[in-house]
Design a protein around this ligand. Structure first.
Ligand code: 13P
Ligand code: SF4
Length: 322
């Protein structure tokens, strides 16, 4: 067994029922599987909890289990570890990063913070633990607007790293937060033109948009929200057709919970690529999940000093999200 590549490299025994074995190992080891909505459907189906980034953090904070297998990206595993330092937190493939988190290196963010000394620092959860350690309060797409609005209207605020989410909150709240210039490579790919073409084909469809999408795409949205908000809207709306502008994994829960409705993934600008798939999220596979449970690796580790400093803004977020 080898974890040098960031996931367990070990042969899968021939002829095993992978899904049954994952369930058996999970019970045997007292582990829980948590999955983000962008994971492949088979992983979501095996998970004890499926949710958006906010729900995953809230669940991790109160979980009673020895091992958390977080099927999502690295920052989600870090958040769980920071909230549960005594538990073993495993991400099946530690290479599952995030282009948005990568667009905000901690040393550059620190210089940005220092250049704005009298500002409150609000960071999106899609950041490294080191960036969270420089932050006053963390937000997710599910609570960002609400949390920003808890500050006085004239509060000077730095918001990072997603310029699209920051720009959305600025326009919704009339604030002028100073924005870090970062973005997610998946959500940047959605285009207004492609959605308008789809609208001609599906004139009655509602357009569901994640706030990480650029402004022109947000302009044609019927609903803008986190993955959980978009899912809930699809479940509750009397409308039967939806154009979905976020990562394709969310369609799994939408189709499962609304079998009588039609969900159309918005195509990326360049329709020859599958860029509405988050390549990082999709690094986790059933095989890696199985080996992760089998060997209890690869574990998420966070520097103890950073962990202490990063916990405070995450807890501050959870306290404002009840
Ligand atoms: P949610 O907070 O909506 O789950 O989104 C997480 C994410 O990574 C969006 O790209
Ligand atoms: Fe990060 Fe974008 Fe993937 Fe979300 S979809 S995890 S923001 S790279």
């Amino acid at each position: 067994m080898n974890v040098e590549k960031g996931y367990v490299e070990a042969a899968i025994p021939e002829g095993i029922d992978l899904k049954a074995e994952i369930k058996r190992l999970k019970e045997e080891k007292g582990a829980v599987i948590m999955a983000h909505y962008y994971q492949q459907g088979e992983i979501q189906d095996l998970a004890d909890y499926v949710g958006d980034s906010l729900a995953l953090a809230q669940i991790a904070a109160g979980i009673d289990a020895k091992i958390i297998v977080l099927c999502g990206v690295h920052f989600m595993g870090e958040t769980a570890k920071i909230l549960c330092p005594d538990k073993k937190v495993i991400v099946p493939d530690l290479n599952a990063g995030c282009s948005l988190a990568d667009s905000c290196p901690a040393d550059e963010f620190e210089a940005f913070v220092k250049a704005h000394p009298d500002h409150t620092v609000i960071s999106y959860v899609n950041t490294s633990a080191a960036v969270k350690a420089l932050t006053d309060i963390v937000v997710t797409s599910g609570n960002a607007r609400k949390i920003v609005e808890t500050f006085p209207k004239d509060e000077k605020i730095i918001f990072g790293p997603d310029r699209n989410l920051g720009n959305y909150i600025n326009s919704e709240t009339g604030r002028e937060m100073v924005l870090w210039d970062g973005a997610c490579h998946v959500h940047e790919q959605f285009s207004l033109e492609k959605i308008l073409e789809l609208k001609k084909q599906w004139p009655g469809a509602e357009v569901l948009v994640h706030p990480e999408c650029p402004r022109p795409v947000r302009m044609v949205a019927d609903v803008i929200g986190s993955t959980a908000v978009l899912l809930k809207h699809a479940q509750e709306s009397p409308v039967k057709e939806f154009i979905v502008a976020t990562e394709s994994g969310i369609l799994h829960q939408m189709r499962l919970s609304c079998p009588d409705k039609t969900f159309i993934p918005a195509p990326p600008k360049d329709s020859t690529c599958a860029c509405n798939d988050c390549s990082f999220m999709k690094l986790n596979t059933l095989e890696k999940l199985y080996n992760a449970l089998r060997y209890e690796e690869p574990e998420v580790h966070v520097d103890p000093e950073i962990m202490e400093r990063a916990r405070r803004p995450i807890v501050a977020m959870l306290e404002k999200s009840v």
